[in-house]
Write a protein that binds this ligand. Sequence first.
Ligand SMILES: C[S@@+](CC[C@H](N)C(=O)[O-])C[C@H]1O[C@@H](n2cnc3c(N)ncnc32)[C@H](O)[C@@H]1O
Length: 218
Amino acid sequence: MNKLFPGIWKKDEKIITQNLVPGDKTYTKNIFNFRGREYREWNPFKSKACAAIACGLREFPLKSGLKVLYLGISFGQTATFFSDIIGKDGIIYGVELSERCLTDLNSVAEKRGNIVPILGDARKPDEYGWIEPVDLIYEDVASDDQAEIMIRNSSHFLKPGGFAMIAIKARSIDVVKEPRIVFKEQLEILKKHFEVVETRDIEKFEKDHLFVVLKRKT
Ligand SMILES: C[S@@+](CC[C@H](N)C(=O)[O-])C[C@H]1O[C@@H](n2cnc3c(N)ncnc32)[C@H](O)[C@@H]1O
């Protein structure tokens, strides 16, 4: 078993996390035991963060105990793996626009204990202005104003020097423009507020997507 990042390992070509809720198989095909601990397989075809890791990402700034704001948490698929990584001392505030997703997310959150589902619009951070400052923001919202959403939320909630990760979907921003050009333009917008730590093309798993790791300028 090879350690990739804190709380993330590779075993037999599979990316795995330690299951925070032993016995629970939600959003994983496989759970298995190794030296008395239970692990879950993380599928890169179902999670852009996992896809970025599978594509060789070098910096993944999520670790035990962190406070996270997750924009576009959906049914909580990727969030369950983040929940494994941050453990019981961390917390994920998960914002989602769709009520339908929230219903499923609520039962996931109840089991895990470190996810707080929030029905809200990521474009309007005042709707959840009560949350505490966070160490990391993760955004996976397919819209044409993805970069602005990240900037707005980071100015409200991200601690100085905190990290952000965003999966940029070129076709949501411009359906006709070459994705490479769209990525370049989005990075220029983000660079005014963040240092770009790393970019990773995740085309192999998600068409026309770029995964970006950012650090807030202090
Ligand atoms: C690609 S899915 C997210 C998948 C999820 N991140 C995962 O990996 O498990 C995008 C989600 O963003 C939500 N969304 C879109 N616009 C939003 C907004 N303005 N505020 C909050 N959520 C939004 C959608 O309802 C959808 O559930």
